[in-house]
Structures are given as C-alpha cells and as structure tokens.
Design a protein around this ligand. Structure first.
Ligand code: PLP
Length: 395
C-alpha cells in the first residue's frame, strides 16, 4: 500500500483531524501540568485552573454559565447522560419521552434501554427532507412527558431542525428539551438560550478537537441524576478524574471554530454546492438527500440509483477518496440507513447512498478530482447491474 499518497478526506462528519494549534495547546497538559485537578497540591491546582478556564471559555462560547457545563467522554456519553439522567431524576413526574426517528444511535439506543425499564417513547416521523414538524411534537406531548430530545443537525443528511420553534412548544409545559448538537457545534451558531434548550450534547472530535471529550450543558436548576458515581468531580454530576489535555483541547478547538465560523462556512458551502451541481450534471438518476437549504455547510448526501453505496465507497477509496455510506458508527451493518428510511427512501435508493462531508481544509481541486473520478466508477458499476441494464433496455 502506498502510504505517501495524499488522501482526499471527505469524511469530516465522522471525525476531523486535530487542529495543529489545538495539539500544541494540549501538549503541556500531558507532562508539565499533569496534576490531578481534584488534588489540593500545587500541580493539582494548576490542572484545576486549566479545567476551570476551559469551562468558562466553552460556556461563554455557547451562551451558558460555567456551572452549566459538564465535561464528558464525548457525544455518546452526553446523549446517554441527558436521557437517562433526566429519566432517573424525573421518573416520579412522568415516564414519557419524545424523540425522532432520525436521531443518532446514542439517543435511540438510550431510549430503547429506557423503554425496557418502564418508560414509553414516541419516535416522531420526519418529512422527505428530514425535518420534524413542531406540530407533531405538540401532538405527541402528554401530561406524562418529561423530556423531548431532537437533534440540532443530522449526522447523515445534515438537515437542521427547528429547535427554537420546538422549544416554544415544549418548555412552557415544564418539559425539558434536549438537543444533540454533536454535528452542529463549531460549524453553525449554537447558543443555548437562542435555541431554548435545557440540555445539549457536543463532542470535541467533530470540530478539530481531540476524540474522547465532550460536554453536556444542563440548564441551571434542571433536575438531573448522575449515573457515574464515585468522586466529587463536576459538582457530583459526573465522577472520574478529568481528562485535562482533552478538556483544554476541546475549549481551544471551539474557540478557533467559532472565530472562523462565518468565513469557513461560506467557503465550505461554495465547495459543497459545486460538488452537488457537478454530481447532478455528470450522473443520471441521482437524488440529493436532506433539506436543500436547511443543511450543514459541509454535508452532501446523495443516492445514486442502480449502484451499491459500499461498492462506490470502496472504489472511491482505491482512488484515494475517503467518504462514507452513512454514519460511521453503523457502517458495518447491512441494514438501510434508519435516517433515509424515515425520510421515505426505498431500500434500493438507501443502499446507493454516499455521504461526502467537507471540512476546513477541503480544496476546490479535491472536489474537481471527485467529479472526475466518480462518474466513471458509477458507469463501471452500472454496467454490471442487471437492474440498470433492464432500465436502459426499457427506454
Ligand atoms: N451524536 C451525533 C449526531 C453524532 O454524529 C455522533 C458521532 O458520530 C455522536 C452523537 C457520538 O459522538 P461521540 O463519537 O463523541 O461519542
């Protein structure tokens, strides 16, 4: 294998490389400032200062108070904590949860777990663009509903949900609103009070920070039960020694992402639209998945009829292009994407889906390279597809 070949990396929704400035900022916290933030000695206190200043930075960047931020091990933990933590804390008030059919598995599987433990869950449908209707949220609420969880932006198709409109329906009834902002934080504006949420999850590795570190925002006064018991860290809401380099890296990465957000989003959107237009021009029977405007700047998800997404992905990989067929977490399963199915795509179109996710360093030449390579791969695969041959014959 040629390891020196430059890879065209278009899988930023799965993960991003750590920004070099972030890496530099983290380095001293592996050995120079290595104390335990819970230790009262000097080295411990220096580490504690770093954690607290990261907390203040993160809080101010999302419009929260420092004490409303808990550092976690990533998006999965934050989603689990939001749902299970509120379910545990509010189970005497009600046992009903509302979520959507297109959430990340970290939310969906937490809901399934809670269903096995006495809770009932309503999974709301979405329209063909992947949007949840706030009116459907309203209709689903009962006097037993304790939390509604709707993701800010979808990881597969990039659709951005009307969280603020949902908040206006949910919160006056004393029901908590959680949003999974793992894909949106650092890419589009995220301000907890504008969104109107009580809980929010995010993860560092999606915006050029390190893996294995995330946050959960919990609005002051919201009821929440910890499910990690042990030490007194994070005001007894999450035991375990702090991941100091990770926390410092998270804050730095967010600071950089927010500072460059407008410029970056503009550049990435331009390249995204060039990729979409180029695919449509060069390949027949293609469908763009997700909302045409209300979508993340870097997301292109398309279904190419008469081909398998996996075959496309492997052929592109051989040409040095890294993309994905859906979410990286479920890419080993042969089930069609639950997101595309919820949007009404028939299984045969779901199976022909590709997700390109562009990033900060994506260049126009890389998009042009994809546009030069992809049509011939599609043509090659369609040439051996019995369904495609049948279609051509029928024309
Ligand atoms: N939620 C969404 C929307 C995601 O895209 C992901 C990761 O892909 C997660 C949650 C899980 O985050 P993490 O990888 O930090 O556990």
């Amino acid at each position: 294998m040629d390891n020196t070949r430059k890879i065209v990396y278009l899988d930023h929704a799965a993960t991003t490389p750590v920004d070099p400035v972030v890496k530099e900022t983290m380095l001293p916290y592996f050995d120079e400032v290595f104390g335990n933030p819970s230790s009262l000695n000097g080295p411990g206190q220096r580490a504690r200062e770093a954690v607290e200043s990261a907390r203040e930075e993160v809080a101010s960047l999302i419009g929260a108070r420092p004490e409303e931020i808990i550092f976690t091990s990533g998006g999965t933990e934050s989603d689990n904590a939001a749902l299970k933590g509120v379910a545990l804390a509010r189970h005497r008030e009600g046992n009903h949860i509302v979520t959507t059919a297109v959430e990340h598995h970290a939310v969906l599987e937490s809901c399934r777990f809670l269903e096995k433990n006495g809770f009932s869950v309503t999974y709301l449908p979405v329209d063909a663009d992947g949007i949840v209707d706030p009116d459907d949220v309203k209709k689903a609420l009962t006097d037993k509903t304790i939390i509604v969880s709707v993701m800010h932006a979808n990881n597969e198709v990039g659709t951005i949900q009307p969280i603020d409109a949902i908040a206006k329906i949910v919160r006056p009834r004393g029901i908590y609103l959680h949003t999974d902002a793992v894909q949106s934080l650092g890419h589009i504006p995220v301000a907890v009070h504008e969104l109107g949420v009580d809980l929010l999850s995010a993860s560092g590795h999606k915006f050029y920070g390190p893996k294995g570190v995330g946050i959960i925002f919990i609005r002051k006064g919201a009821k929440f039960a910890s499910f990690l018991h042990g030490g007194d860290q994070e005001r007894r809401r999450r035991a375990s020694t702090h991941n100091v380099p990770g926390i410092v890296g998270f804050a730095k990465a967010l600071e950089i992402a927010v500072a460059g957000m407008n410029e970056e989003a503009e550049k990435i959107t331009r390249l995204r639209d060039r990729l979409i237009a180029g695919i449509r021009e060069r390949i027949s029977d293609v469908r763009l998945n997700g909302h045409p405007e209300r979508r993340l700047p870097g997301n292109v998800n398309c279904s190419i009829a008469y081909v398998e997404g996996e075959s496309l992905l492997l052929n592109l990989d051989m040409e040095g292009i890294a993309c994905s067929t859906g979410s990286a977490c479920t890419s080993s399963s042969l089930e069609p994407s639950h997101v595309l199915s919820a949007m009404g795509l028939p299984p045969e179109l779901s199976h022909g889906s590709l997700r390109f996710s562009l990033g900060r360093n994506t260049a126009a030449e890389e998009i042009d390279y994809v546009l030069a390579v992809l049509p011939s791969i599609v043509e090659k695969l369609r040439a051996i597809s019995p369904l495609y041959k049948k279609k051509v014959k029928a024309q």
